[in-house]
Write a protein that binds this ligand. Structure first.
Ligand code: CMX
Length: 439
């Protein structure tokens, strides 16, 4: 059997001529036009990035390597007795485009187990953080601390040729992914469990081991697998994926790039929305004294939030125009496992109440829920009530997709990213010219 790395090498060799051909023979072909609205409006919808790892259709949602999420959950191998597949299998799929066999998944799981141990200095850095630091700040810094281990940087300094960049990048990706659950759970232990750490169990898969280190019984292992898989990738233009790619494009290594993407993920309009959802729900819960609000009461809470000039966290999306399938998969899990949970009842009620209100308000282009509307409630149900921590969980999952992307960025020799900026005056001149043409 070919190892993951051997298979990846073969896939890279097959793919390189396709990219070379596009660059050599089709560089002038127009892909998209760009309007002033897009230039000022955060480049929404401009087709200017390339990735084969995942594709986001506005109506259908995410596909990983061509597979919808329900297909991914059906096709990937599962640990014995588990409801959810191996996270390791997803990494294999994202890297190679192939659904792995049990043996191939086992190989990745063994590699992660071998590479999981954290150097002592990472614990010391986490320990030294001042009180009240946000877990995402600690997470990003812990990853940065590991940068001294980068194989890519060592080989680059030794004069490695460009064609080999992907190889130590792959090694860095494997090493970092293996360590992220250890870092995340230690931050959790440090902040919320008086530093009482549960040692990892190398015989468990990534999701199982994460649940074990969090000290939470089944089915939290399946919750972790589900969570890491649905958060892994969302094509290349979202803040975290784009940041990871952008920073890597300067040949910063995986550690520098992933710490940067974590910083982008930490914002409330992106990954931190899952924390904001729980905070918002808790506010409603407290005002209601734990009672389930009526639809009318819930509508009033939503309008109060909008009228105060705030967004409804967990709703809306820059690309999606339908309910996020990542929301639906978590909803299905919740209907099965959390049906009597009070907070889930709130979430369920919101699903009925919020979209018509956002439509009536007429601002949000997408009134439907995104994945963050569900994530925190599942964590809360299984005892992870410290909602500051939720974006760290998102970050562990997202690193799987972004490292896969960075390995391919290196394999295909994507260049330094460097779009061009213009001044407001230049845009005004372009607008005036366009007006004159119309007259
Ligand atoms: N509640 C209230 N207003 C909303 C809204 C929401 N959930 N979603 C969008 N709007 C508003 C925007 O704030 C914007 O208002 P202004 O014109 O006053 O600035 C208007 O509707 C148009 O926005 P849009 O084009 O529909 O959405 P964007 O592409 O600009 O932003 C997003 C997308 C996700 C940032 C936005 O929908 C939002 O703020 N949602 C709440 C936060 C959230 O859930 N983020 C997580 C997204 C998923 C993830 O990345 O993790």
């Amino acid at each position: 059997m070919a190892t993951l790395k051997e298979k990846l090498y073969k896939k890279i060799e097959e793919h390189r001529p396709r990219t070379e051909n596009l660059v050599k023979n089709n560089s002038d072909v127009v892909v998209d036009k760009i309007t002033i609205g897009q230039v000022i409006g955060g480049m929404r919808g401009v087709k200017s990035l390339v990735t084969d790892i995942s594709y986001l259709d506005p109506d259908e949602g995410i596909r990983y390597r061509g597979y919808t999420l329900p297909e991914v959950f059906k096709k990937l191998p599962k640990p014995k007795g588990a409801e959810m597949p191996y996270v390791e299998g997803l990494f294999y799929l994202l890297l190679t485009g192939d659904i792995p066999s049990e043996t191939e998944v086992g190989e990745v799981a063994d590699e992660f187990a071998k590479r999981r141990i954290l150097p002592r200095y990472v614990y010391e850095v986490i320990d030294s953080f001042p009180c009240c630091s946000h877990p995402m700040t600690i997470f990003s810094s812990a990853i940065m601390t590991l940068q001294r281990e980068s194989f890519f940087t060592k080989k680059y300094e030794a004069g490695m040729p460009k064609s080999e960049y992907w190889d130590p990048t792959f090694e860095d990706a494997m090493n970092l992914l293996a360590k992220l659950p250890e870092i995340g759970t230690y931050i959790y232990a440090k902040l919320y469990r008086d530093g009482e750490r549960i040692q990892s169990n190398p015989s468990l898969d990534m999701g199982g081991n994460f649940a074990h280190m969090m000290g939470i019984d089944k089915p939290y292992d399946d919750v972790s697998r589900l969570h890491f898989i649905i958060h892994a990738d969302h094509e290349s233009g979202n803040v975290s994926a784009h940041t990871g790619h952008l920073v890597a494009s300067s040949l910063s290594d995986v550690y520098l790039s992933i710490a940067s993407m974590i910083n982008g993920l930490a914002g409330p309009l992106h990954g931190r929305a899952n924390q904001e959802v729980l905070k918002w729900l808790q506010g409603v819960y407290d005002k209601m004294g734990g009672k389930i609000p009526t639809e009318e009461e819930m509508r009033q809470f939503v309008w109060d939030t909008l009228n105060a000039g705030h967004v409804i966290p967990g709703y809306g999306h820059a690309v999606l125009r339908k309910t996020d399938p990542r929301y639906m998969i978590q909803r299905e899990f919740s209907l099965k496992h959390l049906n009597n949970d009070a907070l889930f009842k709130y979430v369920d009620l919101l699903y009925r109440v919020v979209p018509p209100i956002l439509k009536q308000q007429g601002k949000a282009k997408n009134p439907w829920p995104n994945l963050d509307a569900q994530t925190g409630v599942i964590q809360w149900h299984y005892g992870v009530t410290e909602y500051d921590f939720y974006t760290v969980l998102f970050g562990i999952g997202r690193a799987i997709g972004i490292t896969a992307n960075i390995v391919w960025d290196r394999a295909l020799g994507y260049p330094l990213e460097r779009p061009k900026s213009v001044t407001t005056e230049m845009l005004e001149q372009i607008a005036q010219k366009s007006e004159k043409k119309k007259q």
